[in-house]
Design a binder for this molecule. Structure first.
Ligand code: ATP
Length: 402
């Protein structure tokens, strides 16, 4: 249908990028990127009208997102010659629009395109030996200026290397060394670093890529003195284990998994350094608060959970209530105490779900005069229930009466 709509508008349509790469890697990918040789926005508008979808457009970039009623999205971009500006040192070559579009990409493995127009449907376009590199499991940039043009590609290279178990080509590897040596990253906006870092942290297992960033001394791009202690690798591995544990137990619960990994990364940074990181990376205030004040406020709780020998379930509950899942998991990552870990996991799997059935209305029926005493009574009932003293609703009533 996409190809038919494109042909009707007299332009070529291709599915490109990660989706096609992943077809060749036998990996599932639901992000569909379409490139139109022509006006992508006009194409998206027409296609959306005909198929009952809506669109979001970015006129400046010639891109659009088609959003179907069930929420499924397709990204559409325009490949037009006049959009491209290359550094002066690159050779001027005649290229078709699609070839130009592919040439602007990060790595050869992302330069496959499949045409969608009827007549040419399924035609595979491979200008830069992408299939060979996928087969050989090699990551290569398209030209020597690639990292000058966009240093974030270094982060992308390490992410893809670890995700796919590829190796970085010899020339590409020396271009990375050069980018690090010449510090191409100093002119990189924090916002872009953050975007790439988030993509790394959202990987199934971010630890290996983060360790590669450390190998290349690239964590300093996040903050010049990001504190890396000897427990760094263990912490990253523990973060993976803890989040996996959580995700297996609570499949339906959503939380920001990447944020747990981010906090693990800055585990040894104090408030001042954390604030500097958040400012540099332009992290939204909501997260800046989570990574700064909230994260550091867990230290106190954690040390109590680690040190106090005797704690009732209600004590544990009162210490941990109010902390979001991200913080609870972060605490589990940070502690080396088995006792604290057990307490936190008990809170998260059981205690936090404990509720009482009796309410203020019931207290009124018992002829207890309304006032601040109500919340005290209800709190006492909850604590007794947490401690396993109350089993039935009747127990709750009797306890409240006393
Ligand atoms: P993922 O599976 O992580 O989504 P992807 O390859 O689909 O990987 P996106 O970040 O969604 O990656 O980018 C889509 C396409 O845009 C990529 O295939 C790549 O070719 C291109 N791209 C993204 N970032 C850059 C960049 N910094 N420089 C050049 N091309 C890029």
């Amino acid at each position: 249908q996409l190809g038919e709509a494109a042909s009707r508008l007299d332009c070529n349509a291709y599915v490109v990028g990660g989706f096609v790469r992943d077809l060749f890697l036998y990996r599932s990918n639901e992000d569909i990127d379409i490139v139109i040789e022509g006006n992508g926005i006009e194409f998206a508008r027409t296609f959306a009208r005909e198929s009952g979808a809506r669109i979001h457009t970015h006129e400046k970039f010639g891109t659009a997102v088609i959003i179907f009623p069930d929420g499924f999205k397709i990204d559409v971009a325009s490949a037009r010659m006049e959009y491209y500006q290359f550094p002066a040192s690159l050779p001027v070559v005649e290229m078709s629009s699609i070839k130009m579009d592919m040439f602007r990409r990060d790595f050869t493995i992302n330069t496959l395109a499949i045409q969608l127009n009827p007549g040419n449907f399924g035609r595979l376009i491979d200008f830069f030996s992408s299939q060979k590199d996928i087969k050989d499991k090699v990551l290569r940039v398209l030209h020597n200026m690639s990292f000058v043009e966009d240093p974030t590609r270094v982060f992308r290279a390490l992410r893809f290397e670890q995700r796919f178990g590829f190796t970085i080509g010899k020339l590409t590897s020396s271009l990375i060394d050069n980018a690090v040596k010449m510090n191409f990253f100093k002119r990189l906006a924090g916002k872009r670093v953050y975007a790439e870092l988030k993509l790394i942290l959202k990987e199934e297992n971010p630890a290996p890529t983060i360790l590669r960033l450390l190998d290349y001394d690239l964590l300093r791009v996040i903050h010049p003195d990001l504190i890396i202690e000897t427990d760094f690798k263990t912490l990253l591995d523990t973060a993976k284990k803890v989040t996996d544990w959580h995700d297996l137990l609570f499949i339906d619960e959503t939380y920001e998994r990447w944020a747990v990994h981010f906090m693990t990364l800055i585990r040894h940074c104090g408030l001042k350094a954390t604030r500097e990181i958040c400012t540099h990376l332009t992290i939204a205030p909501r997260y800046a608060k989570m990574f700064g004040e909230n994260r550091l406020s867990t230290e106190k709780q954690l040390s109590l959970l680690e040190r106090r020998k005797r704690m009732t379930h209600a004590d544990v509950y009162n210490l941990l209530k109010g902390f979001k899942t991200e913080m609870i998991l972060y605490m589990m990552v940070c502690t080396t105490s088995r006792m604290a870990k057990k307490r936190i996991s008990h809170y998260h799997t059981q205690l936090r779900n404990v509720t009482i059935t009796i309410s203020g209305k019931d207290l009124l029926k018992m002829d207890i005069k309304p006032g601040p005493i109500y919340s005290k009574i209800l709190q006492a009932v909850l604590e007794a229930k947490l401690n396993g003293v109350l089993r039935t609703r009747e127990d709750e009533f009797n306890f409240a009466r006393e």
